[in-house]
Design a protein around this ligand. Structure first.
Ligand code: ZN
Length: 446
């Protein structure tokens, strides 16, 4: 999940607030800058009942019983925010039914999660579903705590390494996000490794239209990419190709996968023997964006623009560039089918797929997420298992969860335990490959 969550720390309400928060990061200032208004992603219950228009519901505006108000008001501030409603919905989804408990796995630490995030507050706090801590926030200290929590969770799953992704923030400060993650990962060498460039290189890609890439732009891009590798990145990621906006803290992002800078990145990746992680909705055929998705976020386009042909041009451009398509199993267009992926895997030996099982059953439009890897009881679907068996060396697990400093598993966008529960349903040899061997080879972790 590529939420621009670091933007939360700046709230983007006004430059004044942004500067204050960047300097102080005090919880009090955060809430003072958080104003009302009915932006995208506001649940209907708020829109229909918010008498004073402050973007949240107080006791008297809430149409339900007082006990429900108490239950939903998880931060106890006397108001129900959009985040608290979202958190309740996610928790409801996640609790129906619970993901299977992990089978105890013995042996050495050996698995790899190729897609995890550390967050200085945690998504539950930034989305308004949990209380904000009081006082100033020490980002480095909080990220350290988050790293320790993640590593403890990895130990229980026999995961040796997690690749930490720098949030490909759209409006944030890419250099700062990168440096924070770089430093935390460096402190946990051997357990954490860094995928870098989503923020810094992504910004350069979005800034230059495909037809406007000059020699100078290309040289500047290549220099930045090589610097990230020289500073220890295990690969480039997460790079945005097509990212739909799902909530008020998200953004719509699109860079065609055959953009000249993508092709250039493939060459640098090949020459340095590192992979590229890509975030991309599968769009083989143009289609309208679902009305709900259009309503949730005004940035989303009216129509989905096809991207598979351009993606195949990227794959063909340099056969030595290993491309890892992230979030397989989290489909928001209905087109990420085992059939499409099977065809692409057969055609492109440098394509790899990272699996994700969201805890949520329903997608953003309220309907079941299409092409999920598992059924409602978390049982792996037969067509996906057949695909894994047909291409056993091409799949990895990228569970894509944000780990915060609080020690609790997140209620919002949980996907670590549900993704790793996949392993327990695979034949043993396949589990070893998908859980660890493939990632160690693709990301050159040994
Ligand atoms: Zn992503």
């Amino acid at each position: 999940m590529p939420a621009d969550t670091f933007r939360e720390l700046k709230m983007q309400k006004s430059d004044f607030c942004r500067i204050l928060i960047t300097l102080a990061l005090a919880a009090a200032i955060l809430s003072a800058c958080q104003s009302g208004g009915h932006g995208p992603g506001v649940p209907p219950v708020i829109r229909q009942n918010d008498g004073d228009g402050d973007g949240r519901l107080n006791q008297s505006e809430f149409p339900g019983p007082p006990q429900a108000f108490q239950r939903l008001d998880t931060n106890g501030d006397g108001y129900l925010s959009a985040g608290e409603f979202h958190a309740a919905r996610d928790a409801r989804d996640a609790s129906r039914p619970p993901p299977p408990a992990a089978k105890a796995r013995g042996g050495p630490l050996r698995y790899t999660d190729v897609h995890m995030y550390l967050h200085p507050l945690g998504l539950d706090v930034t989305m308004g579903g949990a209380a904000r801590p009081h006082g100033p926030i020490d980002i480095y200290d909080n990220l350290s705590k988050a790293a320790d929590i993640l590593i403890a969770r990895m130990d229980r799953r026999r995961i040796k390494t997690a690749l930490i992704v720098v949030v490909p923030s759209f409006r944030g400060e890419p250099e700062r996000s990168y440096q924070q993650m770089h430093d935390i990962v460096a402190d946990h060498r051997g357990r954490l490794a860094l995928m870098a460039g989503g923020a810094i290189l992504g910004r350069m890609m979005r800034a230059t239209k495909p037809g406007a890439v000059t020699g100078a732009v290309k040289r500047e891009f290549q220099k930045a990419a090589r610097e990230l590798l020289a500073a220890g990145a295990a690969g480039f990621g997460e790079m945005m190709a097509y990212h739909l906006c799902m909530n008020p803290k998200h953004s719509f992002q699109q860079v065609v996968p055959d953009h000249p800078l993508y092709l250039s990145l493939a060459d640098i990746a090949a020459e340095n023997d590192v992979p590229i992680d890509i975030h991309m909705e599968a769009i083989e055929r143009a289609a309208p964006v679902s009305p709900r998705l259009a309503r949730v976020c005004k940035q989303n386009p009216d129509r989905l623009a096809p991207n598979i042909a351009a993606f195949e041009r990227l794959l063909r451009h340099n056969a030595k560039a290993r491309i890892v398509w992230q979030h397989i199993g989290w489909d928001n267009t209905g087109q990420m089918t085992p059939e499409l992926l099977g065809r692409l895997l057969a055609a492109h030996a440098n394509l790899y797929l990272a699996l994700r099982v969201p805890a949520r059953v329903a997608g953003i439009d309220g309907r079941p997420i299409p092409n999920r890897l598992v059924d409602a009881e978390y049982k792996l679907k037969a067509d996906w298992l057949r695909l894994f068996q047909a291409f056993p060396d091409r799949f990895v697990i990228g569970s894509d969860e944000f780990v915060g400093p609080s020690g609790e598993k997140p209620r919002i966008a949980a996907s670590f335990d549900t993704s790793w529960a996949l392993l327990d349903q695979l034949p043993e040899a396949l589990a070893e490959k998908i859980g660890g061997e493939n990632a160690r080879r693709i990301y050159r972790l040994d």
